[in-house]
Design a protein. Structure first.
Lengths: 322, 556
């Protein structure tokens, strides 16, 4: 188990280093820099030269890269030019909001996906099976930003049940009590989380359905049935528990897709998380913020994958012994 | 099990039942919620060029005096008191003494004093800080305090713009809160996120990426602002911002796009308002070989060819097609809001036949492929355009067709803003669809179009337009003390520039704001539409639909 963990950690570190280096290189090789466009205003060349010097942008690329690696290794993520703040402070504000969205999205996606998969497998060939698969496939095949826009249009504009965007009711937030604040936050989470759930749960449901159908024909299920165990009991205690194993792997694989989806959903619903700041930072060539956002994202994905691997090993002794 | 099955539906109903407009009662009688698609960055005016930050800073920090709505920049004509309640010119006009309003105070209660002005001047000119405002204060020799309420600005030379320079470039900061912070640490100081000003509104909170909120200062030295609270509600894209206005979550948005204006009739609770603009858009020609190399550009190095290509474009039609018939075609490198503007400035008319004849005369012969050639060189060029500007791209497509009719081929290259800026400063373009945000003084034309600007590097005059007669005219306009002569010379300089066609002047950006019917803005100035935010009111009008708009109508 320790060897497995050590191996995964080494692999993860290598992945993170490659991602960070590629991001750094691609950003710096792209034309322009943070000071090449000033919102239609003209800034004196000597001021721009001063800023380039302050931010080391007048040094050779290799020197900038060494400087970047050194500062990251020491925990200093640099200074965001577009936000005029240290990157660390920005991430403290924005990362928790993305994690909140992602974790709720992950939770609901798996809850709904597994439930649908079980339903489809147990009612195989019936109208419920076909209907459920058809509807989930419908959402699965939709572009995520379009699905988000449609939900906003229907549930925030035509039927104004939920807020159209943002994280709080800007008018009443300062005077809200604790519980009003909680309810307000939940109301703002409904549409983004529903979007993430709808676009992810279909894949999970199909995976779960297939795993359930495979497990239904295994010997121990036939034995249980022969011993007179009820169909509900078989499904719950024998089939579902075994069919959940591949889902752990799927959880690890779903993380990057969910994170990517969360970034788009954030843009549509003006949810101020990593997606928002990363998109803004790319368009303003905010080198420190882009590289740090990508770095944090890759750390999250790698960590999620390692946790999934470990959980799988814990759940299945065959993997541990291998 | 039944309860569990019904739980999601019950939760959804509960959440829906807890709509915000049934929530708490706000202590604010009137609230203005403005939505815009950009977060703030730093509220210290010296460190930010960001639209949201500039708007917020304008209600937090004051200037010594404010330019009048006519944007007259000459002397102190039309300027009105702000932080200074009066001023006195020295007999030789080389210094101006400003008397600070003794009632002015910072929002923490400390009175505003001369030392604050001295410190603010220092912040703008410190080499360590590197404020973009610094070079604009080059004519100010020094600033000194005569007493705790009188501050004197000394100038190197007399110019018509010296009062403007002393008052409009500097917003006054609280020295007692900032002076102990080293210059090198000022940009990262907590003050930039939690500012204390002396303006009509005091800072309340900033939730990153979501909200900036300010409250009216009841003790403001020039009288309490009319609206109790202003909230900048940050949307992450223009569509999200518009949805907030249409759904009633916001009262105001500063820019309506064409597609938004088309939707306005279905929202009787909203109205639109056109206001003057300082944004001028034009196609800039690169007169040198690409990359800033020596030698003329094969197409745009020839003045006659530039003029001919300008004649080939029906600018009125292009502008009307993309915007509307009320949008102004730009006359030159200025907008109609600038005080030196002249509606009788000459312009190069749309004459495609004459354009073809000029090209023929300059040796560009029509080929079988429909493109003119001069020897082996085809009459072909590319135009770079920022990818986010749909209007510029649409207009470029129309131009492409118009150029084709006279035998010129134009390719369109779209790119993001940093690449666009990078290509401009590297002079790596044939033509660029540029835009410029002007300030009220006409000397901006000097910073943008003179030979000195071209040779100075950076993004000024990247097309290498150089004309000694133009330089001389602009220089004498900027240095004369005779207002009538200055205006005449600026207009002459504009005429030279237009005649030389270093660019094709396209349009003044139409600024159309959208707002709820019950919102009554004070005059929206061309350079800062939000300059009079403290005088905006919320009154009777068609009832808006959303929570925030209801608040604004005063029912909470």
């Amino acid at each position: 188990m320790r060897r497995l963990l050590a191996g995964r950690l080494l692999q993860g570190l290598a992945v993170i280093w490659v991602v960070a280096t590629l991001t750094f290189a691609l950003l710096h090789l792209a034309p322009g820099d943070p000071f090449s466009y000033q919102n239609g205003r003209r800034i004196a060349p000597e001021v721009i030269a001063h800023w380039r010097h302050v931010y080391c942008l007048d040094r050779p690329l290799a020197a900038q890269y060494v400087c970047y690696l050194r500062s990251v290794a020491s925990g200093d993520l640099g200074y965001s030019i577009s936000h005029a703040r240290p990157v660390r402070d920005i991430l403290v504000d924005y990362v928790p909001r993305t994690l909140e969205l992602m974790s709720l999205g992950l939770l609901f996606s798996f809850a709904v996906g597994i439930a649908l998969g079980v339903l489809e497998a147990r009612r195989r060939g019936t109208f419920a099976d076909w209907g459920s698969r058809g509807i989930s496939l419908f959402f699965y095949s939709m572009p995520d930003f379009w699905l988000a826009l449609m939900l906003a249009l229907i549930f925030a504009y035509w039927l104004p049940i939920f807020p159209i965007s943002g994280i709080e009711d800007v008018i009443n937030a300062p005077t809200n009590s604790f519980w009003q604040h909680v309810v307000d936050q939940l109301r703002h989470l409904v549409l983004p989380v529903t979007t993430l759930t709808l676009m992810t749960c279909a894949g999970i449901a199909r995976f779960q359905r297939a795993a359930m159908l495979d497990a239904m024909h295994l010997d121990f299920v036939v034995t249980a049935r022969a011993k007179g165990v009820s169909e509900n009991g078989i499904a719950r205690h024998h089939v579902l528990r075994n069919a959940l194993l591949p889902i752990i792997t799927l959880a690890g694989l779903t993380l990057p897709a969910l994170l990517g989806g969360a970034l788009l959903v954030e843009l549509v619903f003006s949810w101020p998380g990593m997606g928002f700041i990363t998109a803004m930072a790319v368009s303003s060539r905010d080198y420190a913020l882009v590289t740090s956002s990508v770095l944090i994202t890759s750390v999250l994905v790698v960590a999620g994958t390692i946790v999934a691997d470990l959980l799988y090993a814990l759940a299945d002794p065959r993997v541990r012994s291998a | 099990m039944t309860i569990l099955r019904r739980l999601p539906a019950v939760a959804l109903l509960l959440l829906a039942a807890c709509r915000s407009d049934s929530g708490s009662v706000s202590k604010h009688a009137t609230t203005l919620v403005m939505t815009l698609p950009a977060d703030a960055d730093n509220f210290m005016p010296q460190f930010s060029n960001n639209e949201t930050s500039v708007q917020v800073a304008s209600v937090l920090f004051e200037r010594l005096a404010e330019i009048g709505d006519s944007l007259q920049y000459i002397g102190d004509n039309g300027f009105r008191p702000s932080l200074a309640d009066s001023w006195t010119w020295a007999p030789d006009s080389l210094s101006i003494a400003f008397h600070i309003d003794p009632k002015a105070h910072w929002h923490d209660g400390v009175p505003v004093r001369s030392n604050d002005v001295l410190y603010s001047y220092h912040v703008n000119t410190s080499k360590v800080i590197g404020s973009p405002i610094g070079p604009l204060l080059a004519n100010i020799d020094s600033v000194a305090a005569r007493d705790s309420l009188t501050v004197v600005f000394w100038f190197h030379k007399r110019t018509l713009e010296q009062f403007y320079d002393a008052t409009q470039q500097i917003r006054v900061l609280p020295a007692h809160l900032l002076q102990s912070i080293p210059d090198s640490a000022l940009s990262t100081s907590a003050f930039g996120r939690n500012p204390v000003g002396s303006g009509p509104y005091k800072f309340v909170r900033w939730v990153s990426g979501s909200t900036v909120e300010v409250d009216a200062d009841s003790t403001f030295h020039r009288g309490r602002p009319k609206i109790d609270r202003i909230i900048w509600s940050i949307a992450h894209n223009p569509d999200a911002a518009m949805l907030r206005l249409f759904s009633g979550e916001a009262n105001f948005t500063q820019v309506l796009r064409k597609q938004d204006i088309q939707q306005m009739p279905s929202h009787p609770e909203l109205k639109s308002l056109r206001y003057p603009s300082m944004l001028v858009y034009f196609v800039r020609f690169n007169e040198r070989a690409r990359g800033g190399k020596h030698g003329a550009h094969p197409v745009f190095g020839d003045r006659d060819v530039r003029r001919a290509l300008t004649m080939a474009v029906d600018r009125r039609r292009a502008v009307s097609t993309v915007f509307d018939s009320a949008t102004l075609v730009a006359k030159g490198p200025i907008t109609s809001a600038i005080s030196t503007y002249d509606s009788n400035l000459p312009s190069i008319a749309y004459e495609p036949d004459s354009a073809a004849a000029i090209l023929e005369r300059r040796g560009w012969v029509m080929g079988e492929d429909g493109i003119r050639h001069k020897g082996a060189t085809p009459l072909q060029f590319s135009m770079i355009i920022p990818v986010t500007s749909t209007q510029r791209q649409q207009m470029a497509v129309l131009m492409q067709d118009m150029f084709k009719k006279v035998g010129a081929r134009m390719d369109i290259e779209t790119m993001d803003f940093p690449t666009f800026g990078g290509r401009a400063s590297a002079h790596d373009f044939d033509a660029m669809f540029d835009g410029m945000s002007l300030d009220p003084t006409p000397s901006g034309v000097r910073q943008e179009w003179t030979s000195a600007a071209a040779l100075g590097g950076g993004t000024s005059n990247p097309g290498y337009y150089m004309n000694a007669a133009f330089d001389k005219t602009v220089d004498s306009a900027a240095t004369t003390m005779d207002p009538a002569l200055a205006i005449a010379q600026y207009r002459r300089a504009y005429a030279i520039l237009i005649d030389d066609a270093p660019g094709m002047w396209m349009y003044e950006l139409p600024s159309i704001a959208g707002m709820t019917q019950n919102l009554h803005p004070a005059p929206m100035r061309a350079d800062l539409w939000f300059a009079h935010l403290a005088d905006w009111t919320v009154g009777d009008g068609a009832a808006p639909t959303g929570a925030s708009a209801t608040l604004a109508a005063g029912t909470h």
